[in-house]
Design a protein around this ligand. Structure first.
Ligand SMILES: [Zn+2]
Length: 102
């Protein structure tokens, strides 16, 4: 997957379109990511003990990687990512500035 944990992404589709956030979890098997503070969904939490009230909390739901663009760590622009090999090491590169990064 071209997007990894720790990347900053721009959301290009859906209700959070135009917002940026940090990837806190990558789910390569599902081609999805979780972006900190974005794609929030309400979740009901049942009371754990008698006398406690149930609550509604907001959590970040996984988002399809096709709905985001990577913000290049070098040129800070939303970009598409390619792969390149430098000294047999697979690295990602930015199609805008051609810079490579891991
Ligand atoms: Zn770049």
């Amino acid at each position: 997957m071209k997007i990894k944990k720790g990347d900053t992404v721009l959301i290009i589709r859906g209700k959070d379109r135009g917002k940026q956030g940090k990837v806190v979890k990558a789910l390569p098997k599902e081609n999805r990511i979780i972006v900190e503070g974005l794609n929030l969904v309400k979740k009901h939490v049942k009371p754990k003990r008698a006398g406690e009230k149930g609550r509604i909390i907001e959590i970040s739901a996984p988002l399809d990687v096709s709905k985001v663009k990577l913000i290049c760590p070098l040129c800070k622009q939303p970009t598409r990512v390619g792969y390149t090999f430098i000294n047999d090491e697979k690295r990602r590169f930015c199609k805008k500035c051609k810079g490579s990064f891991n």
